[in-house]
Design a protein around this ligand. Structure first.
Ligand SMILES: C[S@@+](CC[C@H](N)C(=O)[O-])C[C@H]1O[C@@H](n2cnc3c(N)ncnc32)[C@H](O)[C@@H]1O
Length: 275
C-alpha cells in the first residue's frame, strides 16, 4: 500500500456508515431489504453537488447500455447505481476503503442491483483490473487523496479500451491560500493532495489522453452549499444525508470546505478526456 493510502482509508472508514444508513432508512419507514436507489440519493453521492452534479456529468457522456463502465474511487456506490439503472450498462467500482466497498455491496443488494454493479477493494494507482477492459471510466472527488496524479491517469488509461472516455469531477486548487482542516476528504493536511487544473491536464497529456471539455463548477457548488446550510439551520438533520458519512466533525469539515470554494481557493472542476 502507498504511504498515504492507509491513512486515507482509515479516514473514510472511521464511522459505521452502513449502520447509520440502515438506521436512517428504517427511520424513514422504508423496508431495509427492498429500497429504491432514489431513497439513497441524499447520502450515496459523496461529492459537491451530490446527485445533481453526477447527472450533469453523465449527460455529457453519451453512455450506451453495451458499455463497460468503471467508477474509480466508487465510495458507497451511488454513482455506479445511477449509471447502471439509468443507462442499463454494467458498472464496476473500485475503492480503497473496505468498509465503503462492503457498504456499496450491501446497498446495491438492498436495491436489487447486485447483478448489475460490482465493487472491489483496490487502489486507483494499481487497479486490480485487466488492460483495455472498459469503455468509460469516472473519477468523482477522489484525486484529492492521491498525490501521484500521473500514476492515477496512467492506470485509468491502461484499463480503458482505445476510443474510451475518462470523466473526472474533482476538487482542484484554483487559488492561493491555506486550507483549514478537517475537510470532508481529509482529517489532517497529510491526507490531502489537492492539485491545480494544470497538473491534471499535464498528467492526462503525459499518459495518452486528450482533453475534450473542461468546466469550472463553482456555481453548482455554491447552490449546493446554500441548500446544505439551510438544512443545517433547520434543526435536526434528515435521516439520510452526507452527515452520515462524516462523523462528529461534520460541521467543521463542511465549513472548512465552503469558505475556500467561496473564495475561489479550491473549486470543483469537470474534465472529460478521450484516448
Ligand atoms: C469523497 S469520496 C467520493 C466517493 C464517490 N466517488 C462518490 O462521489 O460518491 C472519496 C473516495 O475515494 C476513495 N479513495 C481515496 N483514495 C483512493 C485511492 N488511492 N484508490 C481508490 N480509492 C480511493 C475513498 O476511499 C473514498 O471512497
Amino acid at each position: 500500500m502507498h504511504d498515504i493510502e492507509s491513512g486515507v482509508s482509515k479516514h473514510y472508514a472511521s464511522y459505521d456508515v452502513l449502520a447509520r444508513i440502515r438506521a436512517g432508512i428504517a427511520e424513514m419507514g422504508h423496508d431495509r431489504d427492498r429500497i429504491s436507489p432514489e431513497v439513497l440519493k441524499p447520502v450515496d453521492e459523496f461529492h459537491i453537488g451530490g446527485a445533481e452534479a453526477t447527472t450533469a456529468l453523465l449527460e455529457k457522456l453519451a453512455i450506451r447500455s453495451d458499455m463497460e463502465v468503471l467508477d474509480i474511487g466508487s465510495g458507497i456506490g451511488g454513482p455506479a447505481r445511477v449509471i447502471a439503472s439509468r443507462y442499463g450498462c454494467h458498472v464496476t467500482g473500485v475503492d480503497l476503503t473496505l468498509h465503503f466497498v462492503e457498504t456499496a455491496r450491501a446497498l446495491s443488494a438492498m436495491c436489487g442491483m447486485a447483478d448489475r454493479v460490482r465493487f472491489e477493494v483496490g487502489s486507483a494507482v494499481a487497479l486490480p483490473l485487466p488492460d483495455a477492459s472498459f469503455d468509460l471510466s469516472l473519477l468523482l472527488h477522489v484525486g484529492m487523496n492521491i498525490p501521484d496524479k500521473e500514476a492515477l491517469f496512467r492506470e485509468a488509461r491502461r484499463v480503458l479500451r482505445d476510443g474510451g472516455t475518462f470523466a473526472a469531477y474533482e476538487v482542484m486548487r484554483t487559488g492561493d491560500g491555506d486550507l483549514a482542516f478537517p475537510v470532508p476528504w481529509a482529517e489532517t493536511p497529510d491526507l490531502s493532495a489537492l492539485e491545480t487544473p494544470q497538473t491534471y491536464r499535464a498528467a492526462a497529456n503525459a499518459t495518452g489522453f486528450s482533453l475534450g471539455m473542461e468546466e469550472n463548477r463553482q456555481g453548482i457548488a455554491l447552490d449546493f452549499f446554500a441548500r446544505l446550510q439551510a438544512q443545517a439551520t433547520g434543526g435536526t438533520p434528515p435521516p439520510l444525508g452526507l452527515h452520515n458519512l462524516m462523523g462528529p466533525t461534520v460541521k467543521e469539515k463542511v465549513t472548512n470546505m465552503i469558505a475556500p470554494v467561496q473564495a475561489g481557493t479550491i473549486t470543483p472542476v469537470q474534465m472529460i478526456f478521450s484516448t
